[in-house]
Design a protein around this ligand. Sequence first.
Ligand code: ZN
Length: 328
Amino acid sequence: MNIIKYYSVNNDCYKNNVNQADSRYTTFQQRGPKGLMLHSVGCSQSSAKVFADSWNRSGKEVAVHAVLQADGTVYHCLPWNFRGWHAGGEANNTHVGVEMTEPDCIKYASGASFTCSDKAKAQVQVKGTYETAVELFAYLCKQYNLDPAADGVIISHREGNKRGVASNHGDPEHLWNQLGMGYTMDGFRRDVKAAMAESGEGTAPSNPSADNEQMYRVRKAWDDPKSQTGAFRVLENAKRACTEGYTVYDKDGNAVYTNAAAGSYKVKITASVLNIRKGPGTNYAVSGQIKDKGVYTIVEESTGTGATLWGKLKSGAGWISLDYATKV
Ligand SMILES: [Zn+2]
């Protein structure tokens, strides 16, 4: 999954969030998402950027949080704690909206029914968008402490309509059903839960054979081997041995656990390119960029413009948006 920050700054809904136009926006911003709604765009266009661009206009109120495509690319259009405009009902006040793009080789006839010129190709593509959606929803459930199996937390647009919180659309099930994918929303929720469990174990070895044996090393920093206080085959043992200021690294040098000094913690950057700014907000000048998706130490937090949480880098280089970082 590759999340590209592509905020719809010209969109009316985005501006309503920034201006905190009414209590629906401020409530969503303060409370954060209570659930996630899965959509499918309902037109034959596989590029997420095309949609992101079409919504990033003044006079447009339609605003989704993200549009994703089959290759794992996610265009992130609205901060996750902004109120969107995607459901055509009450779910806008509670749920993040995510659109999956659809294959170019289908052609809508009337309503939600379509013909398809290359079913095999379409199925490959829909499998790709489904898997990207599973990964993104697992990431968001973790970030916002949402239980994917709980009633009403993860719903499709179609399910939202049945619950009386969304307009009368059939997505995305209409697409899955007509292409014979065998996907259901119950299955989707199970897959999200499974993906969360997998990523929770993080670096547990998938192949426990000797030549791929996992080893967890406790050090102050990966590139400081002299600081190593122990090496363990079992992650839990490494965590127990990890005292304040130390980090557990897997055999490839990925930080899997940090016992941060009081008031500071480590994050892993999730964006390919992340701006460093002189202060906590997009209104401050860019002072650098992080391009390595690496692990960094945050020593201070502050809420910037648009209710985004910002973190101050220990290095003194500046501030980064914590929308694009996960705690390690
Ligand atoms: Zn929809």
